[in-house]
Design a protein around this ligand. Sequence first.
Ligand code: DGJ
Length: 733
Amino acid sequence: MNMHISNALLLPVVFLCGAAAAFAQASAPVIRETTEPKGWVIETKSSSYRLLVTDKGEVFPAFYGNKAGASSTTRNDAWQQSIMEIPVRGAYPNKTPALEVIFSGRVRDLDLQFVSGNILEIENRPALVITQRDRFYPLQVVSYIRVLPEYDILEKWIELKNTGEKESILIENARSGSIVLPRNAYELTHLAGTWGNEFQVQRAALTPGVKTLEAADFKSFETPPWFLIRPRGQHDKFSGPGWFGTIQYSGNWRMDMNTRYGGGVQVVAGINFWDTHWNLEPGKTFVTPKFVIGYTGRGDEGAAQSLSRYIRKEVLPASHREKLRPVLYNSWYATKFNIRMDQQLALAKIAAEIGVEMFVMDDGWFKGRVNDRAGLGDWTVDKKKFPDGLAPLIRQVNELGMDFGIWIEPEMVNPDSDLYRRHPDWVFHFPNRARHESRNQLMLNLAREDVFQYLLKCYTSLLSENNIKFIKWDHNRALSEPGWPDAPAEMQREARIRHIDNLYRLIDTLRKRFPDVWFEDCSSGGGRPDIGMLARMDQVWVSDNTAPKDRLYIQHGFLSAWPANTMVAWTTDHMQNTSLEFTFDVMMSGVLGIGNDLSKWGDKEKALAKRKIELYKAIRPLVQQGTACRLISPFEDFRAAVEYVAEDKSEAVVFCYNLADDLAKNRLEGRGDLKLRLQGLDGGARYTIEFCGLAPDKQPRESCTGDFLENIGLRWIVSEAGKSQIIRLRKTE
Ligand code: DGJ
């Protein structure tokens, strides 16, 4: 257990730099070595990242920003402020350090010296690999910058190796990397929220000082790990520079934005080492997760498109990456814990009738689970509810033409469970201290190998004994006291990191054993949406709040970084005084699911649902695999619009929603001809326009050119509160 490898970064580092030309985009290679000054230039589609090595053997970031604005001799703020490429605790405390270590139990000062820099290929991408080492102590620091030019994205991470033979080195902080933005005044956009109100967009000036976004309890409700930094006052959604980033980590993470008076921002991100350390034994290596950063010249939407496309095409599990997500039914809101075979089957019959492809039975199916006070941890079927096991239900669901999915919450246990009665020591706790419960549950210490093996065995049995094709993986409480009394003293503060390593190992092993199963990420809604999970999960349950108007805000925020093919959205009976039609239109802009109590539906509702699901299946490739563009933000207007354009621009679909109450409606009418201007079309081409659901003689327009649609725009036709319109566009020539 002494080589920590985060995010399965077992890297097939292959060959050396002469081959850099292999990555050449037209004439210029993505990474170039320079001699005057000594260093490297990394170029993506729109950005340039420059590094310098001084005569004293220090490595500095010299520039990060627009390709056109970079000069080869730039020595920017980082240089002037002595913020190195890998800022360390050592010498002056004039920066936020990425590395803080202790040598020989007392030397807390790290002093790095350049050893070598190579251009390698890592998983088919060019990467700059810089090796440095401490000038005296046996610590080697290898920093990686892997380049994905077409997304304008760089992945940074660091590998620490104790090259000594006798002493351990105590790592008190090891972030994934740092970037320094050109001198300017900046503004931060980030997301914040709480249960039922996730992904709310926040904007604030970065004034001098440090702004920190972090998770300290394994939950990212308050701040999902994402940022966008733009020059202050530049608010055009579709143009202008922006730097954005996220962290590929599902435990505690942290991002610091350190702003200097007079401009210049340093961003440092990685694992949150609060109350955490790592004991690096001789000969061992510690690898940080990836800090994913990008630059765009195309405003908020450019940033969202680059990152979400990167997640969709490079991060999501490769086996399901290109597959269309099935339309699912989830029984949670209809039946809660009160599950019965006949009632699930009755729901399944209607679900199949309206076109659902995956029937998911949520919480409540396992031993003793009659409410949220019991059962978690005992992952066998409740014989009172299913005397013959799950097989008869699954068989009939399959006969109806649907796949079957199920809910689990592996990391948790109820004190009222056989597991806890047998192993009270398996939960995180400190001796002589309270074991704080949340939703009547405690958190299993997955850093323990016995806990890992137990969970692996439970789910291997569940998935091999039943024809289950979908897992909803929930996580319903925050971490409180992270004690691990049985572990040796030096391992006590490693528990959180080891827990996440084993969580990843558990999911990875299950995916390997059951390669055709879909996995959905859930944490009381959207509490764990990071790309550490999304490298292992195909989609995210974004919020327990299914009210369609609230959802528009939540989904707008989510699309700041994440792709629509991960954004699971169900219709439910919670319609916030709107219609089932409006509810469908909202949920159809992501991965559509149905969560209503179908037993209450009459023919009218079933017919509407059938029609909407049919339409959804027709536009699904666009929604799930097209380029999303949030044309109108509900945070800025009393309406919202999101567009999805095919990669080849041959087709698009636009979802329009009106949120206006009566007052705002008057305002809308007062303003007369509000417009809907589209983005990303082929300017010279002509597109036919279909306002879905309107009779042919009521269609406001037949066709327009891409230029017209982008610059003049369509008249906004949704004039009542809680109404919506889906518009389809198809290229004619
Ligand atoms: C929280 C999830 O967000 C819900 O969708 C549901 O699965 C419940 N947990 C079940 O306990």
